[in-house]
Design a protein around this ligand. Structure first.
Ligand code: ADP
Ligand code: MG
Ligand code: MG
Length: 257
């Protein structure tokens, strides 16, 4: 059975149907790419999955648990973490940013640590060690105490990824993880995503415009256009799907004209 299931989800904004009965599933340990032209509804889908939007119709399930009407912090607590299309890091160091993710995990621990109870102090130290491991996992070794403002764009994107991983998710939602990166940074991030997926046994839903990255990382692909699912299959299958060629290129359909 899938780890994540989106079934017949519809989202409307005053007069606009941003998602129109969209369904997809993410198999355990796999990478599912969600692609489509600008405005297709990809980020809207992520906003439904992460609890930011309540759909007009349809359901979202994580295993046996229905997520559809849960608020974002509950969804994150159940194991669905995300990054955003635009970078959302705070000021402060890499460690500060990652400890925000650990904070969400540790219920009373951080409050208790303010009182310097020995168990709480130990727990905070463990969280810090785990955050450091995750920083290394995404290629930020040696940067743990560096101010985020001093990092390159690619490194800041990886801070976001690491912060999501600090929630110890089962499912990771990545919204355009290589947007704005140069070729070297793209290749590095692709490697990091592949590595993290394998080592942490994660299931990934990936929104990405870079077809090269999709071809390299994805096990299956769903294509949206104007809020509808127009194709689904392996990366190779969707790449030559006539509806997909039409959506991207505006051709008559065969792609050979
Ligand atoms: P994508 O991520 O595929 O580029 P989005 O999901 O961001 O597309 O947007 C899908 C459509 O919904 C677009 O037409 C966009 O303008 C519209 N949209 C997205 N969010 C909102 C919102 N909060 N209010 C109104 N319209 C929105
Ligand atoms: Mg967009
Ligand atoms: Mg988007």
């Amino acid at each position: 059975p899938p780890v994540l299931e989106v079934r017949d989800v519809t989202v409307r904004f005053a007069g606009l149907t941003a998602l129109d009965g969209v369904s997809l599933t993410v198999a355990p340990g796999s990478v599912h790419a969600l692609i489509g032209p600008n405005g297709a509804g990809k980020s809207t889908c992520f906003n439904v999955l992460s609890g930011l939007y309540r759909p007009a119709a349809g359901t979202v399930r994580l295993g046996d648990t229905e997520l559809t009407r849960l608020p974002p912090h509950r969804v994150a607590g159940l194991g669905v973490a995300r990054t955003f299309q635009n970078i959302v890091t705070t000021e402060g160091t890499v460690a500060d940013n990652l400890m925000l993710g650990r904070h969400a995990l540790s219920r009373a621990g951080f409050a208790a640590s303010a009182l310097r109870l020995p168990r709480a102090v130990r727990e905070q130290r463990d969280h810090r060690e785990r955050a450091r491991e995750i920083a290394e996992l995404v290629g930020l070794e040696g940067r743990f105490d560096t101010p985020v403002a001093a990092l390159s764009y690619g490194d800041r994107k990886r801070v976001e990824l690491a912060r999501a991983l600090c929630l110890e998710p089962r499912v990771l939602l990545l919204d355009e993880p290589v947007a704005g990166m140069n070729a070297a940074e793209r290749a590095r991030t692709a490697e990091v995503v592949r590595d993290v997926r394998a080592r942490l046994g994660l299931s990934v839903l990936l929104v990405e415009h870079d077809m090269g990255l999709v071809m390299r990382l994805a096990d299956e692909v769903t294509v949206l256009d104007f809020g509808r699912r127009i194709a689904h299959g392996t990366p190779e299958e969707v790449q030559r799907h006539p509806e997909v060629l039409r959506a991207y290129l505006g051709t008559g359909g065969s792609g050979e004209d």
